[in-house]
Structure formats: C-alpha cells, structure tokens
Design a protein around this ligand. Structure first.
Ligand SMILES: Nc1ncnc2c1ncn2[C@@H]1O[C@H](COP(=O)(O)OP(=O)(O)OP(=O)(O)O)[C@@H](O)[C@H]1O
Ligand SMILES: [Mg+2]
Length: 298
C-alpha cells in the first residue's frame, strides 16, 4: 500500500479547483487533474483518506476512456507522468498513476445520469409517483429491479456540500439547449450499454452511473471520470437479489458505519475506524482487478 494523498499542494502550479475528490491545476493550455484519496459519502468529504483510491479511479477511467473512444472523444491527453509538461516533473512521486493531463473544456451544467436498475433517489421518486425525472414507469417494480430499458435521468450539478437535484429532460434542454441535450442523452445511453456488457463478463452489474460532458469549441467531450465505483453503483452479480438495497462494491462499509453512528449527513464527517478504511480500500482494489485485470500503480 502506498502513502495516502489527502490533498495536494503543488506550490509552483496554479490550483484552480478542489472538487470533492480531485484537485485541478491550470497549466495554461491544458489542465492537470489529480485524483486524491478523499472519499465523500452522503456528499460529505470524510476526514480520512482511502489509500490508493485516487490511483484506482484514475486507472479505471483510463481503461474506460480507451474502450469508449469510438463512441465519443474524451478529455485525456496524457496519463504517463514521465511525459507530463516539465513543470510537473518535480512532483512525479505525488502525481504518478493518479493524474491526467486533460483538455480544458467548459463543463455542461448538468450531470448525465443513466439508470439500468431502480435504486437510490430513483427508487424514492418511483415510490412517490411511479416516475423518475418525469419518465413514467410500470407498476410493481421492486427496489433494485432491472428497468425495462436504461433511462437517461439528468440532474443539476451543484456546488460542494449541496445535493444534485434530479430534473426532467425538458429542464435539461433549458440548461444546455435541445441539440446538446439530445446528443448527450444518446451518448450516455450508448456508453452505459457498452459498459454494462463489459462489466457483466466480469461479474459486475453497473446499476447506474453518472457522466459529465463538456464543450470544446462546438465538440462534445467526455470529461471527469468514467464508470468508476465513485460515479456508479457496482453490484456483484453473484449475490444480486432485487427487493431491497444491494451491497455495493465501494462505499458500503463507510455508509454502514455512518448509519451505525447516526451521522447527521452534515460536515464535518467523523474519523473513520481503521477497519472501515481497510475494507473500503479492498473493495476499490477488487473492482479495479475484476474490470481491468491489473493493479497498475498499487
Ligand atoms: N476536462 C475538464 N475541463 C474542465 N473541468 C473539468 C474537466 N474534467 C473535470 N472537470 C471538473 O473538475 C471537477 C472534478 O472534481 P471532482 O471529481 O472532485 O468533482 P465534484 O464536482 O466535487 O464532485 P462529483 O464529481 O462527485 O459530482 C468537476 O467539477 C468537473 O466538472
Ligand atoms: Mg467528479
């Protein structure tokens, strides 16, 4: 196991954004995106890192960017730290395997969520009025059941500390324009479907996921991270059983722990027990191994 990276302070580079997980530096004509080992649960960033998590998310995203590059262009320019611009070289130890040089794009102000199974906020909404994001669904679906077909269920993109809000397709068109909304809906469903097929061969159900797109000139580009345990619900197929919540691959131990101590879902998060950190790390490693067959960088 490598030393954890909770946050980066690359003093000679210009940090422009700290997300829940990623630190972003402006390199002039491109960005340096560093995935740290921070973990957020219930939208609150925990005070303890999960060692190697940022490396795992980065390696998984690279794996998927390559696999879906025929469907849509993505923001990845370089992931080999030795080939990063010279001003990054003094930080090689921190950056290796957890960072990417990416194209600078204007992120769309929506999150492109695709659901193949009914869970989380989708299940809550269905129980209320049998719809998700304005899409009517058949009666009698069970929690975690496979949907008749994958749904595009966009949400707003809120600042840190606020929960994203589900919106219907019309609202998405108001935010990004009809042409772009239709295009990202189609792209999201196509990428999700390809991801589902590949993950199924490795025993993983991708119940739902979130994509982010940006505009570069007039081109739509896939950005951020793709089909990782942070952006998706991964369920082990072997024990899938609709009719309740499913054990998920990643944050289950953290969520269970937070529930057990009746965490009020407001920052700051509580310290995490060593065992919770350890077990969570093992789950991320397992997802990486199962999907890519490699543990590069760990
Ligand atoms: N190529 C890019 N150009 C510009 N901004 C980008 C690019 N790729 C990612 N981003 C932005 O960088 C940030 C990455 O930070 P991080 O992944 O920690 O996300 P977040 O917004 O805090 O939370 P979450 O992804 O969980 O919603 C996001 O705001 C994302 O929109
Ligand atoms: Mg993100």
């Amino acid at each position: 196991m490598n030393a954890a990276v909770y946050q980066t302070k690359l003093d000679r580079l210009n940090i422009i954004k700290q997300g829940k997980v990623r630190d972003i530096y402006d390199l002039g004509d491109c960005l340096l995106m560093v995935a740290t080992d921070r973990l957020s649960a219930f939208d609150v960033v925990m005070p303890d890192p999960i060692p190697d998590k940022g490396k795992i998310l980065t390696q998984l995203s690279i794996f998927w960017f390559n696999l879906v590059s025929e469907i849509v262009p993505n923001h990845l320019i370089e992931s080999d730290v030795a080939a990063f611009p010279s001003e990054c070289q003094r930080y090689q130890n921190i950056l290796a395997d957890r960072s990417m040089i990416v194209k600078k794009v204007e992120p769309l102000p929506i999150e492109c969520v695709v659901r193949g199974y009914i869970s989380g906020s989708g299940w809550k909404s269905y129980q209320k009025d049998r719809t998700i994001c304005g899409i009517s669904l058949p009666e009698g679906l069970k929690e975690s059941e496979k949907l008749p077909e994958p749904l595009f269920t966009p949400s707003t993109k809120e600042e840190i500390g606020l929960h994203d809000i589900n919106i219907n397709f019309e609202e998405a068109t108001n935010r990004v324009g009809r042409e772009v909304a239709e295009k990202v809906r189609e792209l999201s469903l196509t990428i999700y479907t390809k991801g589902v097929e590949i993950a199924a061969e490795k025993g993983i159900i991708i119940a739902d996921t979130k994509f982010e797109f940006g505009l570069l000139d007039d081109e739509i580009v896939l950005i951020d991270e793709v089909l990782t345990p942070d952006s998706s619900r991964f369920w082990p197929n072997a024990i899938y059983s609709p009719g309740g919540t499913q054990p998920s691959f990643d944050k289950q131990f953290v969520r269970d722990y937070l529930t057990s101590i009746q965490f009020n879902k407001q920052p700051p998060g509580p310290p995490l027990p060593r065992e919770v950190i350890q077990k969570t790390r093992e789950k991320y490693v397992e997802a990486l191994k199962l999907l890519t067959g490699s543990t590069h960088g760990l």
